[in-house]
Design a protein around this ligand. Sequence first.
Ligand code: NAI
Ligand code: CS2
Length: 496
Amino acid sequence: MMAITRYPAAPRRGAIGIVHLGLGAFHRAHQAVYLERYRQRSGDDTWGVCSANLRGNVGLVDSLAAAGHRYHVAEYADSQTVTLREIGVLEETHFTGQDKGMGRDADGQWGRDLAPLLARMSDASVRIVTLTVTEKGYFLNPASGELLTDDPMVAADIATPHTPRTAPGLLVEALARRRAAGLAPFAVLSCDNMPDNGRRTRAAVIQLAARRDAELAAWIEREVAFPCSMVDRIVPAMTDADFARLAELGVEDPNAVVGEAFSQWVVEDDFPQGRPAWEADGVEMVADVAPFETMKLRLLNGSHSLLAYLGALAGIETVFEAVNRRDLGTLLRRYMLTEAAPTLAMPAGTDLAAYGESLLARFANDSLRHRLQQIAMDGSQKLPQRWLLGTLARLEAGHDAPCIALGVAAWIRYTASQDLQGTRYPIDDPLAARFAELHGQYGQDAEALVNAFLAMHDVIPPALARQPSFVTAVFGAYRTLTREGLAGALAALERT
Ligand code: NAI
Ligand code: CS2
């Protein structure tokens, strides 16, 4: 018997206090849910949201507008227990990029809704700008955190700063307009899975602003708050099966999203122009997010990436299927307890073993179809914070890291674009062309291939690539994985 709890949206529309960049699945199922709950509880309707996509998914922007910006979120505790929420806190949606089906060619037609979006960001009532533009949307070198000034999108924003295409470019232009108008700046709250996400966003914005106007850059440095945050809720991309099961519950909504019931948001409390009183809705407002962020990135996301590359190579489709394999479950426990947890400095009383077990239980949620290929995308942007920085600390302290050595071997093999059975799949990563080049050049020589990947210093920290024991371990794992398959590689690891 299905247990269904339903919450309709608050009936009234409100004023817009937040602009969000990156109208994807996660924003709809996380930040928007907290804001809806806040509005319903407090009756304060000054924190409505204007949400925009800068690239991709114009269809969602328009479909939400057609639905009066209302949509549903289904939160599954398990396949029989679901909370259905209608969300009404979204007031406006915009699209500023290019997308398939828009009948646009190459350059010149960017920015359909750029003017209204920038006007909104420059409006005095907007006090916070939040972001979920994925790791690559900040245009930072993943290893060094430097702005990618040679990237064509960033170069365009440097050349024509008043018509920005990137998220940092939009922030700089909107902040410049506010400064010129004598308005206080908004706070910028990154909700992406990056380490020090606020400080990284700040670095991107200040570096870009400095290319345009040193005084503007200094003003941003002085005046703008960039609090860090740790966000957590598993929200997979929607499938036809998800829409079908929602229809069975009476929800026929093309803009609906499905996620787990669990949700966490830890935010540094630095909002000079004010913020919703989120505490009452379970948001943890803290002075320093770093320990929570690192814990989540290394334990949850690090485990996800291990499952993604190893599982995808064996042709496994979802997290649920992968984590139910005894040997992969054993790998995750060992990785979390012996390679990730010892690298963390947590507040007293934090029980990392219990946290790890709670993650395994969440991964085993049978109501989510979280595809490993979705998690595997953008590995070049994810691996430093999930695996490599912790591993470097571990090696420098004189320990080994065999689980991550196997993970790195699996990632290298995964980027060959076909699994161990020969089934092909596309690689979705900003560095995909470089991966293809390396496989083309060294595909027949495993040692040279591994060395070439470890020499990608924008992904692999040079200090890690210089550790001979790590290089040897990755090469050994690569050989075992390609010769003996997933079960063989995991059995070999269990013997160590
Ligand atoms: P999604 O695929 O539904 O949406 C991705 C969003 O990022 C879209 O709005 C897209 O337009 C935007 N985007 C992608 N590349 C961009 C670029 N170069 N510049 C500007 N915008 C860009 O993905 P979803 O689920 O919304 O996740 C987005 C991010 O949210 C993740 O990368 C992660 O950092 C964070 N997140 C997601 C969680 C999840 O379970 N889905 C949980 C925790 C964090
Ligand atoms: C996942 C995350 O796609 C990925 O890389 O590891 O999106 C993960 O689902 C979330 O961070 C959970 O909060």
